[in-house]
Every structure is written in structure tokens, then in C-alpha cells.
Design a binder for this molecule. Structure first.
Ligand SMILES: *Cc1c(COP(=O)(O)O)cnc(C)c1O
Length: 671
């Protein structure tokens, strides 16, 4: 594969771009020093030129140097993410534009909590939010509503928290509006949104409005109250604030509204564990997190989702959100977002409303392949031309329907090739931030005028609208510079992503070859056709029927691929990762299918282990993340994919010899 186009963007596994990296970094470092000197050039240096002559100074510097050298010496034991021999977790070589931007911006130390602490980088962060929104197909024209906005977080976990935090604010706001109206004994006319007066609406109706409806109801009610008197509006707003779930706390809120049940959050059983944490953070409890089964391709089963929705509707169980995953952490599979949206519309018509979130922490950047430079969608046929398999109809429809969901999580520190500390949260309707602001209601006159300002000013006190407080502006600078150098479309960033998918397809084909080569010895099974660039395999020695043994065998192989305290990463041929397919997360039929494919006894694969020696609740898999740009290069014929497959073959055969020292296997090898 011709990887020349990637050459300018990475430092390179060999530090190939060392010259340019060092040159630019030094240039920008000096530039920073000049900036310091030019703030007030008339000021004299604070550290005297004699200071360095003092023994104490010299000791301190000696210590500093010694410690830094110790640090960098020990860091040599780090995991070499940059190396094409690393195909484990979601890390790789980093892109230079972002890396340098982040390093240099750290010198200026902006705090993106607000404009006052980050006069440059808050604006950049909001621009990055718009860049993501545009990539996903949301409207970013401020003159049209709803207009999207986005910001950065420390990672996907916090972005996921934020979706629930936003959704909760919207879900229960109408109840607070109604409660406050009752308390102040306001007689309000029939609402256009509810088709009846606010105070006559049921709890069920009030907790089943879309985000846009909630915001419209807020505006409608406020303008009606305002007509009754400006002071009344102030009282009303105060009162609404007191009646909100955020003020009362969930426990008290639910006891005050008898009949209102705890909301459910629906995720596929393949969801990242951050969703479990998110529930606890929100005070909902993980019991309210309902895991929807996936079907045999590891994608959310919309039939099961429909069943859950139907039962929720029948039991008056409110649903806060349904989450679809764009690129599951374990398998890279993509949920049918378009079908989730179809169900959302179907149930909306029946009066059951839930908000949709796409957890695209892993796969978010894939959307760049689907966007033309002018903002239009790339056609399915056009994308397909470049690949053997990607993207299936389902994947195409999923990615192009993101524009209709309520919010999205994306991780720049994964497929954005940026250093850690970078996640992103994008919301389809920026007005939802009105429900999050920590400002007291009496400043509404001011916010009203602020509404007409560009987003950069409306959100300049960023810390008011997001979960985090102080946060590094350097991350925003890194994402911004990267997206300027490689805009988030088909021709730029999309090319980088395309390369990783192409390499994954190549890897997939090579694994099929390996499967064929080894079929006398082991059953090598690729349980899921990859939707993206994560590939898992299961391996079982021929004739082995025991799942426990299969896992032990895989563990043996994995011990040579995993990062451990016993071996230095430098001594490892390749570095991979592993995962377990938990029995409780797959359907009965799929579990059976897997056992059949692998030749193990279905009775061994159980939800609850009773006989430790022969049963297991999990199936161990080797997991590979194909994102390193240098895996297969034309340059000197280096092909780490083939090398890895050969190495894996060697490991498998060695272990067969050691562990499964059966005459049969040896005989097969001798032939
Ligand atoms: C990685 C990941 C997360 C969590 O993101 P962090 O950046 O690790 O906090 C959430 N969801 C999915 C699907 C992920 O792949």
C-alpha cells in the first residue's frame, strides 16, 4: 500500500520526521520565550543573572536534571504505541500537528473553563465542536434552529456522562415548569405544545417531550408569564429552578411526584463500561441501565429494543435515553442508528419519548470519510470503491443518520490520533445549555441578548455548561490545528481513516489465509465480520471440546502478546490485547452458534459457573486494533500484518506442542 500521503503527519516509528519535528518545536519554543520578554519589554528580569552562581541553585538544577533523566530512562519501559508492532488497544503513533500544538500550547497554559482564562483556546474549542458537528451532519448555521454545538472533555467517559446529564435536565424540566405554575397559582392558557394548559398535563405527558419540545415549552411558558408581569417572571424562574430534579435531588424529586418512575437508560449489551459508571454518577443506579441484546453480528438487536420499548410504554416506564454504539470498544461493530431512530419516531407517535445518543468514542472519526468538502454526503458507491468490504449498507445508513440523534460522543485521543486527555461531546440543539447553566435566573435579560451572539461568545464561560471545570486549552489547540491541517472530510482526515480500514481488511484476509493454513491444528474463528478496524479472533485446538481448555490455550498465546510487569515491552515481538465474550452478553442462539463454530460443547458456556473445571462464563478472544498507519507499507516491503500472522502461527503451533502434546497434533505437524 502506498502510504506516502501519510508521511508528513506523523513523527514516525523510527522518528523519521525528527528534523522537522525538532525544528518546528524549537522555533515555537523560542517564539514563546520572546512572547514572555515582550509582554512588558521595559520590565527587568526577575531572576538575576547571578542566581545561577549560587550553590543552592546549582544543586537544585542538578537535582532537576537527575530526576528528569531518571524519568525518561524509566519511560523507556513505556508501551511503544507508535510502533507497527503494537496492535493492542486504541492507540498508535500520534499526529504531529496536534502533538506539537499541544506541547507548545501547554507553555501558555490556557484554562478553557472560560474566556477570561483562555482568551484564545476557548474559541478554538468551540470551533472544534462545530467541526465535529459538521462532520456528523448537524446544522451549524446559527441562523437556523436547532443549531448544534460541541466541546471537548477529558475523554469519552465524561462525554457519555454529559449526555445523561443533558438528557436528565431536559426530561424533567417540563415537570418543574408545571409545578412552579401551580405553586404561583398562575392561570395559563392552553399550550400549543401540549394542546392543553401546562398545569393540566399529566406527569407522563410532561416527561415524554422531545428536547426541542421541552425548549419550546420553556420559551412559550416564559413568554406567557412575562406578559403577566416582568417581576412575576423572575419569581416564576426562581420557582422553576427550585422544582427541578437538579435542585431537589432525584430521591426527593421522585417522592414528590408519585407515579413518576425512575427512568431507564437503554444500551446494547456491547456497551462500554462507562455507561455503568454514568448511571451511578447520575444517581440513577445501574439497575436502571437496561442492556439490550445484540444479535449474532454484535450489533444492537432492534427487535429486542422494540420489545423493551413496548413494555415500557405499557408500564408507564419513562425512558431517558437509548444509546447506539458507533464502533464498540471490543469488536468495532456499529449499531443500526437508523433503526434506533425509526423506533424513536414510532414510539414518539405513541407518546413515549426517549433521547438518542451515539457513543462514537471509537468510530466517530469514521464519519469524516462520509463527508465531502462542501459539507454534502459522500455517496455509498463512491466510498465503496476504495474498499473490498466496507461499508455495508447498514454501516452506511448508520453513519449517515447520526445527524438526527440528540448527541454524540467522540474521542480525539483514539482515532483522532491526538495525545490523551481529549474527548468530545456534541449536541444537536445548543439551546439545551439553557437548562444547564449554573447562572441564577435573574440574569435572564442578559442571556436573552446573548442568545443572538455567535456561539463563541454565548459559550465563552464554558465551565457553566459542561461537567468539568478547569481544563487544558492545549487539547483544544491540538484538535483545532489537526482539523485545520487535515479537515474532517473524505479528502483529508477521511484518507487517514480509510487507510486504517483498508489495512484492517487486509488483515482480515490474511487471517482467513491463516485459518486455512492452520485448519488441521486449530479452528481459528473470526466471530464478527468487522464493521471498522477492530478484529477479534478465537482459537481452539482441533479436537478440543472444552471451553476451559480453549481459554487456557488462548491465555498461553496471549501471554506472549500482552503487556505485563514481567517482560519489557521491548522484548516483545508484537503487542496485542484480549477480550472476553461474556455469556450473559450474548443470546442463547448466538452462544450456541459460537460453540458450534469453535467445536466446543455448548453446555460449557454458561451464564453462571457451577463446575469450575469444565464451565466458563466467558470466551477469550485475541483483539487487534488496526490503527497504526505504518502496518503495511510499499516502501521496503515491510508488512507487519503478515509478520504478525506468521508470529501468531508460530505461537499457536508452539503451544500446541507444549500444552496439547497429543500424538495426533505432532503427527499432523510432521506431515
Ligand atoms: C473508549 C470508549 C469509551 C470511553 O472513552 P475514554 O476516552 O476511555 O473515557 C466509551 N465508549 C466507547 C465505545 C469507547 O470505545
Amino acid at each position: 500500500m502506498n502510504l506516502e500521503f501519510l508521511a508528513p503527519y506523523f513523527l514516525g516509528p523510527y522518528g523519521e520526521n525528527n528534523d522537522i519535528f525538532e525544528k518546528v518545536l524549537t522555533e515555537l519554543l523560542r517564539d514563546h520565550i520572546y512572547w514572555r520578554r515582550n509582554i512588558h519589554p521595559e520590565d527587568l528580569p526577575s531572576i538575576s543573572t547571578f542566581a545561577s552562581q549560587e550553590p543552592e541553585y546549582q544543586q537544585a538544577i542538578a537535582k532537576l536534571r537527575a530526576e528528569l533523566h531518571k524519568l525518561t530512562a524509566s519511560l523507556k519501559q513505556s508501551v511503544p504505541f507508535f510502533s507497527p508492532r503494537y496492535i493492542g488497544h486504541m492507540c498508535s503513533d500520534l499526529m504531529m500537528p496536534g502533538l506539537i500544538a499541544q506541547m507548545i500550547t501547554t507553555l501558555y497554559n490556557p484554562n478553557n473553563v472560560s474566556f477570561e482564562a483562555a482568551t484564545v483556546t476557548v474559541d478554538l474549542e468551540l470551533k472544534v465542536g462545530k467541526q465535529y458537528a459538521e462532520m456528523f451532519g448537524f446544522n451549524i448555521d446559527e441562523d437556523k434552529a436547532p443549531c448544534a454545538w460541541g466541546h471537548l472533555t477529558s475523554g469519552g467517559t465524561v462525554a457519555n456522562y454529559e449526555s445523561l446529564w443533558n438528557f436528565r435536565a431536559a426530561k424533567y424540566y417540563p415537570i418543574a415548569l408545571a409545578e412552579a405554575a401551580k405553586r404561583l397559582q398562575l392561570t395559563l392558557p392552553s399550550s400549543k405544545i401540549l394542546n392543553k394548559p401546562l398545569i393540566d398535563a399529566s406527569l407522563w405527558q410532561l416527561s415524554n417531550l422531545s428536547i426541542d419540545q421541552v425548549l419550546a415549552l420553556k420559551e412559550e411558558t416564559e413568554s406567557t408569564v412575562k406578559e403577566l408581569g416582568t417581576n412575576l417572571l423572575l419569581d416564576y424562574k426562581d420557582c422553576v429552578d427550585q422544582e427541578r430534579i437538579e435542585s431537589l435531588g432525584p430521591a426527593y424529586f421522585f417522592t414528590r411526584h408519585i407515579g413518576l418512575k425512575q427512568p431507564l437508560v437503554l444500551v446494547p449489551s456491547s456497551a462500554h463500561y462507562s455507561w455503568q459508571k454514568a448511571m451511578r454518577v447520575m444517581g440513577f443506579g445501574s439497575d436502571q441501565l437496561i442492556k439490550i441484546p445484540v444479535h449474532s453480528n454484535m450489533r444492537l438487536d432492534t427487535g429486542s429494543l422494540r420489545t423493551v420499548l413496548e413494555s415500557a410504554l405499557n408500564k408507564n416506564m419513562p425512558i431517558l435515553s437509548c444509546v447506539g454504539i458507533l464502533g464498540t470498544t471490543e469488536f468495532g461493530t456499529i449499531d443500526p442508528i437508523h433503526e434506533i431512530l425509526q423506533l424513536r419516531d414510532d414510539y414518539r407517535a405513541k407518546g413515549l419519548e426517549f433521547y438518542t445518543h451515539v457513543d462514537a468514542a471509537w468510530g466517530g472519526y469514521l464519519a469524516s470519510m462520509f463527508r465531502e468538502e462542501d459539507g454534502s454526503e459522500v455517496s455509498h458507491d463512491h466510498i465503496k470503491e476504495k474498499f473490498n468490504y466496507f461499508p455495508s449498507d447498514e454501516v452506511y445508513q448508520s453513519i449517515t443518520s447520526i445527524k438526527d440523534v440528540d448527541s454524540v460522543t467522540i474521542d480525539p485521543h483514539k482515532l483522532g490520533y491526538l495525545p490523551f486527555g481529549a474527548g468530545g461531546f456534541i449536541s444537536r440543539n445548543q439551546e439545551i445549555t439553557q437548562l444547564l447553566t449554573q447562572e441564577a435566573p435573574y440574569v435572564f435579560e442578559e442571556t436573552e441578548t446573548l442568545d443572538h451572539h455567535p456561539a463563541s461568545q454565548q459559550f465563552e464561560k464554558l465551565g457553566q455548561f459542561i461537567m468539568e471545570g478547569s481544563k487544558p486549552g492545549s487539547v483544544a489547540a491540538a484538535a483545532y490545528v489537526t482539523h485545520q491541517v487535515l479537515p474532517l472530510n473524505h479528502h483529508h482526515f477521511g484518507r487517514v481513516i480509510r487507510q486504517s480500514i483498508k489495512t484492517a481488511e487486509y488483515f482480515y484476509d490474511k487471517l482467513l489465509e491463516l485459518q486455512e493454513r492452520l485448519k488441521e491444528h486449530v479452528t481459528l474463528c473470526l466471530p464478527y465480520t468487522p464493521d471498522t478496524n477492530l478484529i477479534c479472533i478465537a482459537i481452539n485446538p482441533v479436537n478440543n471440546r472444552s471451553l476451559v481448555k480453549l481459554n487456557a490455550f488462548t491465555q498461553q498465546i496471549y501471554s506472549k502478546l500482552k503487556i505485563s510487569r514481567e517482560t519489557s515491552p521491548r522484548d516483545q515481538e508484537f503487542i496485542g490485547s484480549s477480550t472476553h465474550l461474556m455469556r450473559r452478553n450474548v443470546s442463547d442462539s448466538h452462544a450456541e452458534e459460537l460453540c458450534h463454530m469453535l467445536g466446543v460443547m455448548p453446555d460449557d458456556y454458561v451464564k453462571k459457573v457451577e463446575h469450575k473445571s469444565r464451565q466458563s462464563d466467558r470466551l477469550m478472544l485475541l483483539r487487534h486494533t488496526i490503527m497504526n498507519p505504518w502496518l503495511v507499507s510499499d516502501n521496503d516491503g515491510t508488512d507487519y500484518v503478515t509478520k504478525y500472522c506468521d508470529y501468531l502461527e508460530e505461537l499457536i503451533l508452539d503451544n500446541l506442542d507444549n500444552e496439547f502434546n497429543s500424538a495426533l497434533v505432532r503427527k499432523a505437524q510432521a506431515v
